[in-house]
Ligand binder design. Sequence first.
Ligand SMILES: *[C@@H]1O[C@H](CO)[C@@H](O)[C@H](O)[C@H]1NC(C)=O
Length: 312
Amino acid sequence: MREENHSVVSEFVLVGLTSSLEIQLVLFLVFSVFYVAGILGNLLIVLTVVSDSQLHSPMYFLLANLSFIDMWVSSSVVPKMISDVFKERKVISFQGCIAQMFFIHVVVGTEMVLLIIMALDRYVAICRPLHYLIIMNFQTCILLLVAAWIIGIIHSLIQLVFVVNLPFCDHNEMDSFYCDLPRFIKLACTDTYRLELMVSADSGFISLGTFFILIISYIFILITVWQHSSSGLSKALSTLSAHITVVVLFFGPCIFVYLWPFPMVPVDKFLGIFYVVITPFMNPAIYTFRNKEMKVAMRRRLIQILSFRELF
Ligand SMILES: *[C@@H]1O[C@H](CO)[C@@H](O)[C@H](O)[C@H]1NC(C)=O
C-alpha cells in the first residue's frame, strides 16, 4: 500500500511568500538586488584576501571562507525563488527538493561552525596575543575548516537519511518559498512526530548550541578587554555589537523555525528570508567592510587594476 502511494508525489508545489502580484514584484526587485549585491560583495572579499599577501592571516582567511560559504547559502535558495516569482505554478521535483534541503543544511551548518571558529580566533588574538600565531597557525586553520565542513555534512546527512524514504500520498503543496525540512516532513502521510523531534534535536541543537557558544565567547572577550583597559572596551563593544547583530539575525530565525516546528505559525515562512537572503548580504558589510586593513587592500587592488588598464 505504502509502496504504491510513494510514487504519487513526484514534485512539490511551492506556495511562495504571497499571492499578491504587487508584493511579488517588490519582493522580486528587493531579493534580486540583495542577492546580486551579496554575491558581488562576497566575491570581492574572497578575491581581495586571496590576492593580497598582506591579508594572508588567519582572521582574513576565515573572513574569506565566510564570504565563500555565504555565496552558497544565498545561491541555494534565492536564484530559484527569483525565477519562480512570476510563475503561476512554482514546482520543484522530489529529487530537487531533497537536494535543496541537503545543500541548505550543509552550508548553514558549516557556516555556524565557522562562526564559532572565527570567535575562537578573536578570543585567542585578544586574550592570548603572545601565543596567537602559534595557536592559530595555517595547519590549525585548515584543520578547523575541514572539521566545519565535515560537521555540516554529517549534520545534514543525519536528517536526510531519515526522510528520503518517507511516503507521500496526495499532499504536495508546500507553504514556503523553498524546500523546507519541517514542512517537507509535515506533508508525509505517516506519523511524523518522531521525525520532527529528530529534526528539532539536530537542527535545533546545532543552532541553539552555536548561539550559546558564540554569546559566551563574546562575553569572555569583553570581560578580558575590560580588565586590561576600559578604553579598549568601547572599541571592542562596537566591533562585537556588529557581530552580535548578525548572530541574532541569523540564529534567531533558525532557532525559532527548528525548535518550534510543531504548530506551524504563518510567520515562520518569512523568517527563512533572514538566513538565506539578508545575512549573506550583511556579513560582508558587518565583518569586513568596516575593517580598515581590508578597505586599504581593496583600494590598493583597485589602483593596480586601473593602472594596469592604462597600459592598453
Ligand atoms: C579558507 O581558508 C584557508 C586557510 O585558512 C585558505 O587557504 C583558503 O584560501 C580560504 N578559502 C577561501 C575561499 O577564501
